[in-house]
Design a protein around this ligand. Structure first.
Ligand SMILES: *Cc1c(COP(=O)(O)O)cnc(C)c1O
Length: 375
């Protein structure tokens, strides 16, 4: 059996080596390392894949969120509603810009921001909502967009974990996550569902004026060289990374299918086990399984984590400490929040290996060992 990893980037690379090597060597030969043609090609291909008008590549997913908030003109003190149960980047950029993160609950089944909790958190200072499609599960976007419309709020979708997922509207139409809100932000960190071979990110929008603003902010606040209109930053996707992404974008749907079949295998193996709750899949969207995260009840989670590690099976806790309990947010009144569902989830979640190159013998071995410990 091949050694098990959370994500097997090496095997994935070997399976696409010829295409990737050629794409990367072409960049080296062209020496257009910054803003080379593959960068524009990638922006166009991704915008057509997502069905969104503008894709602005940038340096990483954290920058993508930051640039989004800067381009919207959010100002110090403005409130931004965000889940506490997310990767730190989502909430960190809010604080970095001196905006005020307002942490709200997630739904215990979907792990995504709870629209009812959003409603309760709105004040006259609220300017934006940041739904996070956590682990590849889609947020309740139709409800969230309705709340945003009623209160004139921006919606910035953190799509870092859900690229390629579909949302189904009540009228039967569908859209890709990241293309529904005012702005979508994503990451191409190597282990993401669409990952490059270093850092990368992108911002999406259907709004022409906003697209110009986003481009300007990401490029030192200039739209004409050496004329700087606003304070911006320097955030680019380099050409080598774009070349890798062009190859991998063509495989994204197949990669999603591969992830889903791993999830199906786990679901089946753990069905009927009353100590495991397998990931929920809402009917209003597709799950792209960035993570396979299950809930344990009446099981020593850290014991299972260690037991699996001893059997050479990695497993992860995403995330052991919610944002509102991070020391980083003490000055933002983090300790005053009472988020019972979020706390409950951080104590019960565990994520198993899931990637595009998993083999059946690995899945058999993982599920057998999980069940041996639990039963
Ligand atoms: C990975 C991730 C980010 C940040 O992406 P980087 O490219 O690492 O900066 C932001 N939000 C979520 C939910 C993520 O998973």
């Amino acid at each position: 059996m091949r050694p098990i990893q959370m994500v097997d980037l090496k095997k994935q690379y070997h399976n696409i080596k010829a295409e990737v090597d050629k794409a990367v060597l072409d960049v080296l030969e062209s020496s257009a390392f910054i803003n080379g043609k593959p960068v524009q090609d990638f922006a166009l291909q991704l915008s057509s894949y997502l069905g969104v008008k503008h894709v602005i590549p940038c340096a990483n997913g954290t920058d993508a969120l930051q640039i989004a908030m800067m381009a919207l003109g959010l100002e110090p003190g403005d409130e931004v509603i965000t889940p506490s149960f997310t990767y730190i980047a989502t909430t960190e950029v809010i604080a970095l810009l001196r905006l005020k993160p307002v942490f709200v609950e997630v739904d215990a089944k979907t792990f995504c921001i709870d629209p009812e909790a959003i409603k309760k958190a709105i004040t006259p200072k609220t300017k934006a909502i940041v739904p996070v499609h956590l682990y590849g599960h889609v947020c309740q976007m139709e409800e969230i967009m309705a709340i945003a419309k009623e209160h004139q709020l921006y919606v910035i979708e953190d799509n870092a974990q859900a690229i390629g997922a579909d949302y189904f509207f009540a009228d039967g139409s569908k859209k890709k996550t990241g293309s529904i809100g005012t702005i979508g932000a994503t990451s191409f960190f190597p282990s993401k569902n669409l990952g490059c071979y270093g850092d990368g990110g992108a911002i999406f929008t259907n709004d022409d004026a906003l697209a110009n603003q986003l481009k300007m902010v990401a490029n030192h606040g200039q739209s004409k060289r050496y004329y700087h209109e606003v304070v911006g930053c320097n955030s680019r996707l380099d050409t080598v990374q774009a070349a890798v992404l062009n190859v991998k974008l063509r495989k994204l749907d197949a990669y999603i299918t591969a992830r889903r079949s791993v999830a199906n295998y786990y679901d089946k193996a753990f069905a009927h086990n009353n100590k495991i709750t397998t990931p929920f899949r809402a009917a209003y969207g597709t799950h792209v399984f960035h993570q396979y995260t299950m809930l344990l009840e009446g099981v020593d989670r850290d014991g299972l984590n260690q037991y699996l590690a001893d059997k050479q099976i990695p497993s992860m806790i995403y995330y052991p400490v919610p944002a509102h309990r991070q020391q980083m947010f003490a000055a933002f009144g983090g300790a005053n929040y009472k988020l019972a569902t979020t706390d409950w989830l951080t104590q019960r979640v565990i994520s198993l290996p899931i990637h595009t190159e998993m083999e059946t013998d690995q899945l058999e071995y993982i599920t057998k060992n999980v069940l041996d410990y639990i039963n």
